[in-house]
Each structure stands twice: as C-alpha cells, then as structure tokens.
Design a protein around this ligand. Structure first.
Ligand code: HEC
Length: 132
C-alpha cells in the first residue's frame, strides 16, 4: 500500500519543481524583455569600439594628402596602380582596408601603424572609398 503514496509525493515534488522552474524561466524572460537602459551607453563608449573606422567624404581630402605622401609611389598617382594595385572600386570592407594599412602585407607593402593613427587611417580609407 506504500507505492501509491510515494508516487503521489513524487508527483507533488515534480509538480513543485516544474512550477519553480517555469517561474524562474518566466522571470528570466521578463528580465530579457525589459529595455536594458543602463547597459547601452556604457557599451557605446567602451574602448572596444576604438578600432572602428568612421569614414566620411569630408575626410577624403585629407586622406588624399596622406596618400600622395605615403602610398602613391607604389599605388600610383591618384591610386590608379603602379607597383601596387589600382585601389578604385575595391570590394573589400573599410575594416579590411584599415587593417591592410595598419599591418601592411608581408613582402609587398609596409606597415603604417606607427605612421598614421586611427583617425588618419580613417581619412585614408575615406579617400580610397571615394575612388570610383
Ligand atoms: C612599397 C609599396 C607600397 C606602399 C608604400 C603602399 N602599398 Fe598598398 N599595396 C602594395 C602592394 C604590392 C599591394 C598588393 C599586395 C598583394 O596583393 O599581395 C598592396 C595592397 C594594398 C591594399 C589592398 C588592395 C586589395 O585589393 O586588397 C590596400 C587597401 C592598400 N595597399 C593601401 C595602401 C595605402 C593606403 C598605402 C599608404 C598608406 C599603401 N597601400 C602603401 C604596395 C604598397
């Protein structure tokens, strides 16, 4: 006559834990749905976005000057290509162009990481992006 009682106890325990589980799940869901008000500004100003390249047409003129100083001897006047490739209509991303300028290409192109800072590289990328 014992089993039924134990089964019932087990049943209750199961039901109880199911309830508390779904309660926790509901709470988690509610927390997720709440607008994360405090988090957004912190992440926006975090240094993680420091490598972000902000390109703008106004920067292209400055970028052109840098280009004539450092890049045209290989990429040609106005970037039409010489020893280095033509840089018009590049299909690679801005981030990729910036990384190439920073790191250079082994045996092909020098690194410019210690010559140009991020805003200056953004100007260079802006110039290259303006080449159509
Ligand atoms: C010493 C010569 C040299 C100089 C200086 C140089 N480059 Fe290059 N660059 C190259 C060569 C060569 C390649 C192609 C390498 C390859 O494809 O393997 C290249 C590739 C690139 C690419 C990649 C193009 C693509 O289609 O993926 C970019 C962008 C670029 N250069 C930008 C610049 C910029 C901006 C400067 C100046 C800050 C610069 N380069 C200075 C020789 C040079």
């Amino acid at each position: 006559v014992k089993p039924p009682l134990e089964t019932r106890a087990l049943g209750w325990a199961l039901t109880a834990s199911l309830f508390s589980l779904s309660g926790a799940w509901l709470a988690a869901l509610l927390i997720q749905m709440m607008p994360s008000s405090g988090a957004a500004p912190t992440s926006a100003s975090s240094p993680a976005s420091a490598s972000e390249i902000v390109v703008s047409p106004e920067l292209a003129t400055q970028g052109h000057e840098f280009f004539e100083m450092s890049c045209s001897q290989c990429h040609g006047d106005d970037a039409h290509g010489d020893e280095g490739p033509d840089l018009h209509n590049l299909s690679i991303s801005n981030a990729r162009i910036a990384a190439t300028i920073k790191k250079g290409i082994k045996g092909e192109m020098p690194t410019f990481a210690n010559k140009y800072n991020d805003p200056q590289i953004a100007a260079l990328v802006s110039y290259i992006r303006s080449l159509r």
